[in-house]
Design a protein around this ligand. Sequence first.
Ligand code: MOS
Length: 710
Amino acid sequence: MTTPAAPPRTSATGTPHTRREGRAKVTGEARYTGDIPFAELAHGWLVTSTVARGRIRSVDTDTVLAMPGVLAVLHPGNALRLTPGAGLMGPDANLQLLQDDRVPHVGWPVALVVAETQEQARAGADALVITYDEESYDTAFRADHPGLRPTAPSPLAMPDVDQGDPDAELAASAVVVDREYTTPEEFHNAMEPHAAMARWENGRLEVVDSNQGSYAVAQVLAALFSLDADTVRVRSEHVGGGFGSKGLRLPHTVLAVMATTILHRPVRVVLTRRQMFSLVGHRPATAQRVRLGADADGRLRVVEHETASPTSTVHEFAEQSTRHSRTLYAADAFRLRTRVVPLDVPTPGFMRAPGWAPGSFAVESAMDELAAEVGVDPIALRLRNEPETGPVSGLPFSSRNLVACLEEGARRFGWADRDPRPGVRRDGRWLLGTGVAASAHSAGVGASTAAITAEADGTYTVRVTAADIGTGARTALGQIAADALEVSPESVRIRIADSDFGLAWLAGGSMGTASWAWAINEAAVALRKKLADLPGDMADLPPEGVTAHADTTELLAAREQRESHGYGAQFAEVAVDPASGEVRVRRMLGIFAVGRVVNPLTARNQFIGGMTWGLSMALHEEGVRDDASGGLANGDLAGYHVAANADVPLIEADWIDEHDTYNPSGIKGLGEIGIVGGAAAVANAVWHATGVRHRHLPISLERVLSGGRR
Ligand code: MOS
């Protein structure tokens, strides 16, 4: 058939488009999970442990059950039994909620109070008396903890590397930089709290949730409650930020499902801000040792990087900080180690460029230290160590434009005029300095399905279980589909975030758009072929339209192995007041190479958001664990400072053209790379300003005043 007079080959991608749901969001018409009304809705309030380790001895439910509006108190004595082994990426015992009386950390869920109103549920939770048999605990992480051990093998674990002869290369090195760096516990702090509503409707479990991937959540719930996957439907229309915290750990979702199954009415559970500090994963503290051995001209002979982080006694999650050292620089030898120690703390998880962000702080700081030692400009040092192939993998790069990012960034930032001497520039009471760091993030793709329906009215409907966690995914997918169908974005409807649409990768790992776009492009090809074989024109299509499906699972499995990453260069200028210890970032510039940029408007938003996190990581963010209680001393937004507008100067982000069809969509993903290297660029600038090297984050007033002490 002939489709409507094809407009000239569109190029929706690469041009700025405002968000499809922008109007709905600014008018309040868009509803988040916690706002949606449901008939007969009951409210669950989580009760979490106040002790760091022990056993629940008793739960005094009688008093609470007599309170107004209280419907139930779920606790280990009466909870539904869950199927062991469920998890998003392998079995995760954090999902086994209320299954036994063991308390593994402060803030562990020990009961759920369900009531007619949220206020009544909260009052019941406040009144619930739980007694514990307390045990001694260990919540203090340190680099020389005797419990540190290698990580368990898993698809997510970066294997230890011994390549070449590190000892011989160290011995032959003219210069060795051997340093320890630490980063503290950090917390995602999405604006929208985690929330889930669950109900049984016509024999199906229906869940409305705030997550990064509804298909994955549906799979996890089906496994946990031993349900047919077809029985579970999860939707997540609007999500107010995720950053890795929405999908892996789902205490609110699991308990909402448990409560609705017991009570036979819809139940919603919303986490409090404080609960978000102990229940949804966080970035663990890291202690990293980096040893760089180089010739006198700065050419690297050896890269050693050992990272250690704490996990919980419930489940192992190790921060994979060596990711960065695997792809940035060539060397003759590598020794890379990941170590983990189980402590009586909440289980960490994926957060804002997991591994990459803390790893880049250590490695890019060490490169700056090496540059100073050998007297080579920090950019020249990086160019000198540019690899031909993956430094550890040996694989060809799908594309790599770090050099172009550094050179373009240097030009735009005004690097050429830089005086390399530290501590010599002043502006009144301020010492001034500039710093640079390299950035990278893996460009992964996950198997996804998509369906596109051609409608008789001449429009198209795309269905894909994508999640728009605030990134503009809906809008980008509209642009991609429009180009694939050779129509205007206005004639494309995008439906996302419904597990009934089928398998799709999460909005995670910077892989969302890249994964969904590939499937949409395949579906578009299939649909156009189908339409071409039909007689008549679109007005003659049946009422249900004509649909084509695609699944990238096999295409992905057939791909040759490549080293595929986005790269970037981060620049920062800081002012430091040595009297007060105050550090102000005056400007930041990031230049990235991330394949095809679909929507310059939302892409820039994401880069700038990531760079703001880099600034925040450098100067502000720090969870302080109180060894007297085992809990966080600052687990709220009064005590845990995330960079606010007043902290954030002019941040500029841009990118260079990069053509890479390792993913046929040309997309490498750009959700997380903005944070990578940001903290190191700031720390390197602080050194340039003051001559004092800060190896421990955050660079607080106290640390500046104490000369960078641990
Ligand atoms: Mo991202 S930390 O993979 O959601």
